[in-house]
Design a protein around this ligand. Structure first.
Ligand code: MRU
Length: 358
């Protein structure tokens, strides 16, 4: 059975506590919006698509259990909850975009003259539940477009991919984005090997990607972030494929800190650099990455490893969770559910003015 970041049934949600992986597989109940906010902020669930899905499903769960409220009160509660959920983690845009979509939907639903409070609840919950299916099918499309494109440009029968952070089943509703591309290559029998970075400071690569890859028995090797340059020099890497937390209109991409340096090193070694993400991760309201807010995380995520203080006490700490890779360094392409795009064409492709590459 594939790994699942969350388990959902009408009125019930639990998340796989990612802070306990890889040692313990524990699903933790999420009884509503406030619990989801806390779990997202603490990174018990993380990854841009999973943050949005868990946030919205927590609202669905709470709406399901709200009795004796009229339609207007339910709508105000839902709108306030969405505003609150957006504040849990500021860089990933998926929750904000989902909140925008749901806000519009709720504002229309609440005005429907013939609908009851129960109709309102049902329609909002169904709208949220549809996100689960859509995320998985988008990820499968991303995986297939990315794999086909990488294979069409590769000079070897089998390819070797380097990836960063965690972009797999644990970061999405299922299958994954950059890890979805890797999964697709593996399913086609065309994947030689994966190198995954440890992803300091919080080790999503070592804890989560390594776990997913070994779980699926995909041949993989863990490296520290500081080994990326020598790996690109010596390990016959075909392409670097990463995910995204927010992509600006010009293709500049916010992703886990360390992505930017990987793109620079890939350029030096003439290795194509790809970003794989659903269109929901694109923020066309920002013309460049300069405007993307970068979350700063607590110092202890850097000074401590598994609760053990490894840094000299008293030292100052800077812990930005993400960095911005300029579009000029995305030398491969941006891969979305619609196809494979040059970063500079993203806006026109997403607004239907231009075709994708493949
Ligand atoms: O801080 P995290 O673990 O939420 O960061 C996750 C990433 O940077 C991922 O690459 C990104 O969210 C894409 S997940 C499909």
């Amino acid at each position: 059975m594939a790994l699942q970041a969350l388990l959902y049934g009408r009125g019930r949600l639990s998340i796989l506590d990612q802070l306990q992986l890889p040692h313990r597989r524990h699903y933790r109940p999420v009884d509503g919006v406030s619990a989801a906010w806390t779990d997202i902020a603490a990174m018990r669930v993380r990854g841009a698509p999973a943050i949005a899905i868990v946030g919205c499903l927590s609202l669905a769960v709470e709406l399901h259990h709200r009795e004796d409220m009229d339609k207007e009160a339910l709508a105000s509660f839902a709108l306030e909850s969405l505003d609150y959920l957006v504040t849990a983690r500021p860089t990933a845009v998926n929750m904000a975009r989902a909140a925008q979509d749901l806000t519009q939907f709720i504002q229309l639903e609440v005005k429907r003259p013939d609908s009851t409070a129960d109709d309102f609840k049902e329609n909002v919950i169904c709208r949220i539940e549809a996100m689960l299916e859509k995320d998985i099918s988008d990820n499968r499309s991303i995986g297939s477009h990315g794999a086909q494109h990488i294979l069409s440009t590769a000079t070897t029968d089998k390819v070797t991919i380097l990836t960063h952070c965690n972009t797999g089943s644990l970061a999405t509703a299922g299958y994954g984005t950059a890890l979805g591309v890797i999964r697709s290559l593996w399913a086609l029998g065309r994947l030689e090997h994966v190198y995954c970075t440890e992803t300091r400071p919080y080790n999503q690569g070592a804890r989560l990607t390594a776990y997913e890859l070994t779980y699926e028995q995909i041949p993989a090797t863990l490296i520290t972030d500081s080994m990326a340059a020598v790996a690109m020099k010596e390990k016959h890497i075909t392409a670097v494929v990463v995910g995204a937390d927010r992509i600006a209109a010009n293709g500049d991409t916010a992703n886990k800190v360390g992505t930017y340096q990987l793109a620079i090193v890939a350029l030096h070694h003439h290795i194509p650099f790809y970003v794989a993400a659903p269109s929901q991760s694109c923020d066309l309201s920002l013309d460049s990455g300069h405007h993307i807010p970068v979350e700063e995380r607590p110092a202890n995520e850097l000074t401590h490893v598994n609760g053990v203080h490894v840094a000299a006490p008293g030292v100052g700490v800077w812990n930005p969770a993400f960095d911005i890779t300029p579009h000029s360094l995305i030398t491969g392409a941006i891969i979305t559910e619609f196809g494979v795009h040059h970063p500079q064409d993203l806006q026109e492709v997403l607004t239907g003015k231009k075709q994708h590459i493949s």
